[in-house]
Design a protein around this ligand. Sequence first.
Ligand SMILES: CCCCCCCCCCCCCC(=O)SCCNC(=O)CCNC(=O)[C@H](O)C(C)(C)COP(=O)(O)OP(=O)(O)OC[C@H]1O[C@@H](n2cnc3c(N)ncnc32)[C@H](O)[C@@H]1OP(=O)(O)O
Length: 153
Amino acid sequence: MKAIQDCYPPKYAHCYGCGHGNPAGYQLKSYLQEGITQARFTPGMQYSGGVPGHVYGGMIASLLDCHGTASAAAFASHERGVAMEEQIEPPRFVTASLKVDFKNPTPQGVELLVRGELISVEGRKVRVALSLHANDVVCATGEMLAIELRAGA
Ligand SMILES: CCCCCCCCCCCCCC(=O)SCCNC(=O)CCNC(=O)[C@H](O)C(C)(C)COP(=O)(O)OP(=O)(O)OC[C@H]1O[C@@H](n2cnc3c(N)ncnc32)[C@H](O)[C@@H]1OP(=O)(O)O
């Protein structure tokens, strides 16, 4: 299955977190299956937080951020009855607002699971509920408001 981010056209593929055209970035890959989006990522050991062995909070927020905008694009497409990979110009969303709650320390050296669920689609505004898990423990939750860029932006 093609990742949501791999459907972004090259001109929008430079994002540090999720751009397939940014070799220095994370190259996060998110997938929509059965109404839920998921991405898996293992941060490098350099992304250490204040406590040794725990992941830096900014890394966690950025994973929610990039998974959230990908989720918004996939959910909006699905609502319109078309898959991301079927579109020449898939919808492009940016983060207007991102709230993160850090629930538990996130261990380093573990594959993290990031999940997204659709809250609402209202015109150009898509709200997504997000969570980040390590070893089946919820380490962070979040909520995003993503806005679809106007045509030609
Ligand atoms: C920049 C190009 C990049 C393209 C890359 C794409 C692919 C990769 C993507 C990867 C990305 C990875 C992730 C990243 O890192 S994305 C990078 C971080 N995000 C940004 O840089 C976004 C900066 N902001 C903007 O560009 C504009 O403000 C946007 C485009 C978001 C809206 O400006 P625009 O002029 O278009 O629309 P509008 O102002 O008429 O607002 C529309 C509606 O939204 C409502 N609203 C707005 N803000 C908020 C808010 N904070 N809370 C609540 N509501 C808010 C507003 O009231 C209105 O509602 P309504 O009155 O209609 O009911």
